[in-house]
Design a protein around this ligand. Structure first.
Ligand code: ADP
Ligand code: MG
Length: 518
């Protein structure tokens, strides 16, 4: 296999563009696909892990082979708007001095503008199926002359239910085009479509000998379902530089985790299929700029997020398959940077973890959830480091006068301690953290509580959860069997949580919560 772009039969223009882009050698999938594409008429199915340069693997030979004639010569379908834009951008960066126009089309943005753009003359269209269909129906797009048809992230396209659209689009293309499917995983459904539409094809696959990257440290926590949220907060609290994605299984779970994290003031946003395109774009921009450092997402929504320096990936819900595990954790430990992948495993899920370890050939080590005292220690160290940095940089003179005033009446230690208390509230106080059962599942330790708040106080389940959360930091998922009566309510919570709730809600002269008498 060649380890230079020079041996792949590429033109000087493209080689110059590659050099300018800083690509020195082809990635394995590129080394397989590019010569095959240029040599043969065969259709290609390319499979390689995420982040291995599949975009350039099809873009380079397409740009090399395209014969401009004023009509559209290539169509690339992608599952999401981000991917369409990324592919479009990558193509432009590879065009070099050649005159070619690439247009990206996708939903959630002005169709008129896209129409104007296409009408200025496009050689290549990169788009999402829905918008492409729309533009076909308006006779703005015409694929009768295309030489190349690409399905990017084919597995995801099928997952997202784009099959019908894809088939309709294919029917408008000419017979003897070259077809290319690219995907990180290769479910049967892709091969079925391939068989249906490609008379012949070659599968070019980069084996994942090392499915998971060495730069990613893989650990798991054994955690009870009801303790997951608390465990998540511990990780976020422990890692002062946390910058990562939290994977959930469903949209509902994404929403729930995000909401609870927001109530605890983490800088967090969510991504899933029901999030509007403009919100999604905003969230991604904020994440890239690190305005938010936590992103909660479903697998599908996280596809195509191009961020290289994540410190963490957290599998809040265990992935269903080994491939999806590999996919998720492949988002950290990239570009020479170290990363940590943490998987939350409930006792029931231990066997699935075993399976994932085996299939993904992954060494996933058990670790304990950070203990409260370690979190506080880590916070203290961080605070100390910040303080010495500020002292060293002499960056506090604006506050010197105020400091002198504050010190006038009390001793320095008292003043400083009060300031810390004011700034950090109970962040450094061990008792303020919720407990986690680190090992076995115990289902019998739920306590039924009587709460003296009912419908007449404006309660409904949601409101009651809010009250508990605001006053006791009780995560909503720990509260079961909520029953709201006229004048009071019942809830079930784990024993330790019950203690916290009673301590926080009961005042000296008023009992708001007590253990229900059955
Ligand atoms: P995939 O589609 O396989 O998930 P991408 O095509 O998005 O991966 O590529 C991942 C990253 O690697 C991109 O930032 C891309 O610019 C970069 N990349 C691709 N090919 C090369 C190469 N030959 N040398 C260096 N970087 C590359
Ligand atoms: Mg890709």
């Amino acid at each position: 296999m060649s380890n230079s772009f020079n041996n792949l039969g590429l033109s000087q223009e493209i080689l110059a563009a590659l050099t300018a882009k800083g690509f020195t050698e082809p990635s394995p999938i590129q080394a397989l696909v590019i010569p095959e594409f240029l040599r043969e008429q065969a259709n290609i199915i390319g499979q390689a892990q995420t982040g291995t340069g599949k975009t350039a693997a099809f873009s380079i030979p397409i740009l090399e082979s395209i014969k401009r004639d004023g009509t559209i010569k290539a169509l690339v379908l992608t599952p999401t708007r981000e991917l369409a834009l990324q592919v479009c951008e990558e193509m432009y960066s590879l065009i070099g001095s050649r005159e070619l126009r690439v247009s990206a089309v996708y939903g959630g943005a002005s169709i008129e503008q896209q129409i104007r753009n296409i009408k200025r003359g496009s050689d290549i269209i990169v788009g999402t199926p829905g918008r492409v269909m729309d533009l076909l129906e308006r006779n703005v797009l015409n694929f009768e002359n295309i030489d190349f048809f690409v399905l990017d992230e084919a597995d995801e396209m099928l997952n997202m239910g784009f099959v019908e659209d894809i088939e309709k689009i294919l029917q408008t293309t000419r017979e003897d085009k070259k077809m290319l499917f690219f995907s990180a995983t290769m479910p049967k459904s892709i091969l079925e479509i391939a068989k249906k539409y490609m008379v012949q094809y070659k599968v070019l696959k980069v084996e994942n000998k090392e499915l998971t990257t060495k730069l990613t440290e893989q650990i798991y926590f054994e955690v009870r379902e009801g303790d997951k949220f608390e465990a998540l907060c511990r990780v976020l609290d422990f890692e002062q530089d946390f910058y990562g994605i939290i994977f959930c299984r469903t949209k509902i779970e994404v929403d729930e985790v995000t909401k609870h994290l927001k109530t605890r003031s983490y800088a967090v946003e969510s991504l899933h299929g029901d999030i509007t395109q403009s919100q999604r774009t905003k969230t991604l921009a904020e994440f890239k700029e690190k305005i938010i450092n936590v992103l909660v997402a479903t697998d599908v929504a996280a596809r195509g997020i191009d961020v290289n320096n994540l410190t963490h990936v957290i599998n809040y819900s265990m992935p269903q398959e080994a491939e999806s595990y590999v996919h998720r954790i492949g988002r950290t430990g990239r570009a020479g940077k170290k990363g940590i992948a943490i998987t939350f495993v409930t006792p029931k899920e231990m066997s699935r973890l075993g399976l994932i370890k085996k299939i993904a050939k992954a060494d996933i080590k058990k670790q304990d959830i950070p203990a409260i005292k370690d979190i506080i220690k880590s916070k203290e160290e961080y605070l100390q480091a910040c303080v010495s940095e500020i002292i060293n940089e002499n960056d506090f003179t604006a506050y010197a006068k105020l400091a002198a005033k504050l010190l006038a009446d009390s001793d320095p230690q008292t003043v400083l301690a009060s300031l810390l208390r004011h700034q950090f509230q109970d962040e450094f106080i061990e008792e303020s953290y919720a407990k986690i059962e680190n090992n076995r599942a115990r289902n019998t330790d739920n306590v039924k509580l009587f709460v003296a708040l009912g419908k007449k106080d404006g309660m409904n389940p949601r409101k009651l959860l809010d009250v508990l959360h605001e006053n006791c930091k009780t995560p909503g998922r720990k509260v079961r069997d909520i029953r709201i009566m006229d004048k009071f309510s019942f809830i079930s919570v784990p024993l330790d949580e019950a203690e916290i709730i009673m301590r926080k809600l009961n005042r000296k002269n008023k009992t708001m919560v007590e253990v229900a008498k059955n």
